[in-house]
Ligand binder design. Structure first.
Ligand SMILES: Nc1ncnc2c1ncn2[C@@H]1O[C@H](COP(=O)(O)OP(=O)(O)OP(=O)(O)O)[C@@H](O)[C@H]1O
Ligand SMILES: [Mg+2]
Length: 377
């Protein structure tokens, strides 16, 4: 059963701006769903409508079996955690966590039982007497989380709750959040613009752009099978490379023609994987976009096992990351192609030409345009 259901939800702000357009989503009881997308795509607006902090312009939002469009936020039985965790500075950690329960007139011993229990779960038991200013950023974030958990709500709503933390703490707190969800199994909607955070946390990610859902699904499914070029570009690091060109038929095989020549005057041509040639044949002669993840390039022809397709490119910038190295390259037609290569020996030096082999069995093909659909080939 869906615990939270959004049906044809729209939001037009008083100034006439339509921030959310026909949003449809069912969230199952216990599910961890992440809204992800670039700044301004409508993530916070959608979350705030679920919380009741923002009016719905059209459509319905249900929690459990009741439509909550007109239900006051405090009666929706959900708890929201924001980026700025806004603890009460003059109250102890204990009082911060107990506050909402006190307002609800929960009996004192019940409050104590819940606060002590949650504090233990979050490793805050030793800090219950401290004031927020006596805590680190990560500890404060945990108090904000604890304050939501003690309420035992039907659902948690998070809006970029980790963005105030430094990079290391963000990663550990992220893991704590995930472990916590595995234990409590409380339905969660989590908003972030960080696709890595979305991938690592979500049972399901909902990729948004311009107030619309572009794709929703389990993280690896979205990563492996993006519906269109927008999703393909947004999910995965470094971002997928896109080569615009055309397909040409050569006997039984199909060849991608990039449309420029390498430094030795040879045209860039990549032979499609033989297993995909038949399906690709119907797109011959039309403009097409090939999507290559940085991890699909290799300096070593044996590694990719994909029909021996390769391209000679100019190396512009080399970024060593430890066990891998990101190499920014170019062709005359495509000024930026990023390859993520294993860092064995010395990486190719900037300014030189190298041959990159492409795992053609894995590459994606799209129709032209920012939202070009992925071709089922
Ligand atoms: N009160 C408002 N009046 C008019 N437009 C608004 C208002 N609040 C937000 N918007 C616009 O609605 C769009 C969606 O805003 P929203 O805050 O939902 O984006 P977001 O996806 O959360 O972005 P971010 O990642 O930057 O937080 C934006 O273009 C924003 O400028
Ligand atoms: Mg936002």
């Amino acid at each position: 059963m869906a615990l939270v259901a959004l049906k044809s939800v729209t939001k037009t702000y008083p100034n006439g701006f339509q921030a959310v357009k026909d949003f449809n989503l069912d969230i199952k009881d216990g599910e961890f769903v992440v809204f992800v997308g670039p700044s301004g795509c409508g993530k916070s607006t959608t979350l705030r409508m679920v919380a009741g902090l923002e009016d719905v312009t059209g459509g319905t939002i249900s929690i459990g079996d009741r439509v909550v469009n007109d239900v006051h936020p405090k009666d929706r039985d959900i708890a929201m955690v924001f980026q700025s965790y806004a603890l009460y500075p003059h109250m102890s950690v204990y009082k911060n966590m107990a506050f909402a329960l006190k307002l609800r007139k929960v009996p004192k011993d019940e409050i104590d039982r819940r606060v002590q229990g949650v504090a233990k779960t979050l490793g805050l038991s030793d800090m219950l007497d401290r004031k927020p200013r006596q805590l680190s950023g990560g500890q404060r974030q945990r108090v904000a989380l604890g304050r939501a958990i003690v309420r035992e709500p039907k659902a948690f709503l998070f809006d970029e709750p980790l963005s105030n933390l430094d990079a290391k703490l963000r990663v550990t707190t992220r893991a704590e959040l995930k472990a916590l969800h595995q234990r409590l199994k409380t339905t969660t909607i989590y908003v972030t613009h960080d696709q890595e955070e979305a991938m690592t946390l979500g049972d399901r990610i909902v990729v948004m752009s311009n107030g619309l859902i572009q794709q929703s699904g389990p993280p690896l499914e979205v990563y492996r099978n993006p519906k269109n070029r927008f999703v393909a570009a947004f999910v995965g690091t470094p971002p997928m490379n896109f080569l615009e060109g055309t397909l040409e038929k050569r006997g039984d095989s199909v060849v991608f023609i990039e449309g420029s020549n390498d430094s030795s005057g040879k045209p860039y041509e990549l032979a499609a994987h033989p297993a995909r040639a038949a399906a690709l044949a119907q797109h011959v002669g039309k403009p097409i976009v090939m999507g290559i993840r940085p991890q699909m390039f290799s300096l070593d022809p044996v590694e990719n096992g994909g029909g021996g397709a390769s391209m000679r490119v100019r190396v512009n910038v080399v970024e060593p990351l430890g066990d891998t190295v990101d190499v920014a390259c170019s062709t005359p037609k495509h000024p930026l192609l990023v390859a993520r290569l294993p860092a064995r020996g010395n990486p190719p030096p900037a300014g030189q030409d190298v041959t990159l082999h492409v795992a053609m069995e894995l590459v994606h093909y799209f129709e032209p345009g920012e939202f070009g659909a992925k071709l089922m080939v």
